[in-house]
Design a binder for this molecule. Structure first.
Ligand code: SF4
Length: 161
């Protein structure tokens, strides 16, 4: 195992739409002195921080977004589909260029979710599904975990810096 990609908000960077983070102290401790790469795909896309909350439109999936059949919309109704696709592609490019095969990404996010994602109603409901980034990484052979289901052994086999 060479390196692990981790959502930057999980490591305490204030990259979330609300300008805050989702610090996961256990992950920070595990990642200490290891070859990890942190990324916020929504910031990579050029979106500002803070920014409006966005969700994949109700009744659609990240696969639909990647295939051009669904939008990512903000709470006020603006479309951010293009930005989310840019962020996903840049994240995949990063993984390819650094030979990253595994990621630990923030659950529920319209970008980073790997199991459950907000349902597009902006009411806090979640449904089984993936975010746009996690879906694209999975489609390209990268294993995606969330902050609760990654195996600890991942860090045993990750090189030290
Ligand atoms: S969940 Fe993903 S896109 Fe959202 S702030 Fe965290 S790293 Fe950025």
């Amino acid at each position: 195992m060479s390196k692990i990609l981790i959502s930057s908000c999980l490591l305490g960077l204030n990259t979330r739409y609300d300008g805050k983070n989702k610090l996961n102290e256990k992950l920070v401790e595990l990642a200490r002195n290891k070859q990890i790469v942190f990324v916020c795909p929504e910031q990579l896309s050029g979106l500002s921080t803070p920014r409006e909350p966005a969700e994949i439109e109700a009744g659609k999936s990240s696969k639909d977004v990647l295939e051009g059949n669904a939008r990512v919309i903000t709470i006020s109704g603006n479309t951010q589909t293009k930005e989310f696709l840019i962020g996903a592609q840049k994240t995949l490019d990063l993984c390819k260029s650094l030979d990253i095969k595994v990621a630990i990404l923030k659950e529920n996010s319209p970008s980073c979710a790997s199991n459950n994602v907000y349902d597009g109603t902006f009411k806090g409901g979640k449904i089984p599904g993936t975010g746009v980034v996690a879906e694209l990484l999975k489609q390209n052979g990268i294993t995606v975990y969330n902050e609760d289901n990654y195996p600890l052994s991942l860090f045993d086999s990750t090189k030290q810096i």
